[in-house]
Ligand binder design. Structure first.
Ligand code: ZN
Length: 447
């Protein structure tokens, strides 16, 4: 049955929450827009689900057939006019860390092969020296169908390393970075980039099912023959409130599932069960100087900062994710019963850096990304950004990491998880500008 991208509208927040907790609709993570009396979210649905939603009183606007249009994207073939293939991403990491750049750019082999046996690599940019250096860590390609994140991060590695070597600046539309800025980044920061965390899933999305989101973990039960029983959602598999039924209010619209055959948001058999998750965590465990983290996703034109499990608060440290007294209360919007604690200075710094990215992105070609808390109508659990921030709270020997999630690309694009490549090229440029501006600001902070 054909599946469509749709926009669902309703007048009340509780009707929007029911999309997840009652109707089990596959809503998109972000790009949710709310105004008093009017709430919108994007989703993927077939004819039956659209009829069910309309009968339940929702307004549904139907966009493209995601499979037909996704297959057209898969067929885009001209090099430079299409997304990098899975092996091309790995080749690019090998090339950029070759002899001309070797003094300041190294390839890092991740320890865990994927379920299909692929080896993954990250890159570290930074001229080694004796002075302590702040680490920043960029992750991409966690969700298979978000094809453009590895392309963004490969460009984000290639441009500054070339500019550093040749003593040039970088101009990205209306955002410009001087040669001295690029020298400062490479000379003073450790920039870790892991562009393609889920190559098995991305390969499957680019060659078979364009809307595939999870990894390719084999089905747990031999009796499970449905294609949807394969895979785990990596961004539900991190060790933060992973056992969501225990930690959240029964009324919270947590978009997670313990059903191994859930097509999108199966959390896995245990926290960090997946090699892709463990590779992402390994980079944190082995680079204690990392103080900032950005996970690159699509879509919605959002820059998200803590927290994602509930609204943030800065006044009551005892109201926090480790306190089981609040286990039945988490994840509801607009209530005072539970909100997640963040120190005021951390929230202030997160906002400042988010605004810096937003402004640099806007300067490229005028797109306005919304800088806002990760928590929206739908709380998150087991996600990379909250996990990264929770590490120093759960274990005081760990470095504090200020995390972000970027959701690149507009919902106005057709197939917004993998827009036509001409548009993707523009998105690559604007997000690269945001990330460079972010690094420059971090480079000015005290180590
Ligand atoms: Zn995503």
């Amino acid at each position: 049955m054909p599946r469509y991208r749709i926009t669902i509208s309703a007048a009340s927040e509780s009707a929007m929450a029911d999309l997840v907790r009652k109707h089990r609709v596959r809503v998109s993570d972000h790009g949710i827009r709310s105004a008093p009396g009017s709430h919108r979210v994007e989703a993927i649905a077939d004819e039956d689900e659209i009829r069910m939603l309309e009968a339940a009183g929702y307004q549904v606007a139907r966009h493209e057939d995601v499979d037909v249009q996704g297959r057209l994207r898969q067929l885009e073939a001209a090099p430079g006019q299409r997304y990098l293939r899975v092996d091309e991403v790995e080749n690019a990491l090998r090339a950029v860390t070759g002899p001309p750049n070797a003094a300041f750019c190294q390839r890092i082999a991740l320890p865990h092969a994927t379920w299909e046996g692929r080896a993954c690599h990250a890159v570290r940019i930074g001229r080694a020296g004796s002075a302590p250096r702040t680490g920043v860590y960029f992750l991409g390609g966690v969700h298979a169908r978000e094809w453009g994140s590895p392309d963004i991060l490969v460009r984000f590695i290639e441009d500054p390393t070339t500019a550093y070597r040749t003593h040039k600046g970088i101009v990205l539309g209306g955002s410009a970075f001087a040669a001295a800025d690029i020298q400062r980044l490479v000379d003073t920061l450790d920039i870790l980039v892991f562009p393609q965390a889920n190559p098995d899933g991305r390969q499957h999305s680019m060659s078979a099912d364009p809307m595939w989101r999870k990894n390719r973990r084999p089905a747990l039960s031999p009796a499970a023959t449905s294609a949807e029983c394969i895979g785990v959602d990596i961004n539900r598999n991190f060790d933060f409130l992973w056992d969501y039924p225990r930690h959240f209010s029964p009324d919270a619209p947590v978009r997670n599932s313990r059903d191994p055959c859930d097509p999108e948001v199966y959390i896995g058999p245990e926290p960090a069960s997946e090699p892709e998750t463990r590779n992402a965590v390994w980079l944190l465990d082995n680079h204690a100087n990392v103080r900032f983290f950005i996970d690159v996703h699509s879509y919605g034109e959002d820059i998200l900062f803590p927290w994602g499990d509930d609204e943030a608060q800065t006044s009551d440290p005892a109201m926090n994710f480790q306190n089981s007294a609040f286990d039945d209360l988490r994840g509801l919007k607009g209530d005072g019963a539970y909100r997640e604690y963040i120190a005021p200075a951390d929230l202030q710094l997160a906002k400042k850096l988010a605004f810096t990215m937003r402004d640099a992105i806007h300067a490229v070609r005028g797109r306005t990304y919304l800088a806002e808390p990760s928590f929206s109508l739908y709380p998150t659990a087991g996600a990379s950004d909250d996990y990264a921030f929770s590490r120093h709270l759960a274990d005081s020997s760990k470095t504090k990491i200020i995390p972000f999630t970027i959701e690149w690309g507009s919902p106005e694009n057709p197939t917004p998880f993998h827009p036509p490549y001409a548009e993707m090229k523009q998105i690559i440029t604007e997000v690269e500008a945001g990330l460079l501006a972010f690094c420059l600001q971090v480079a000015q902070l005290p180590v």
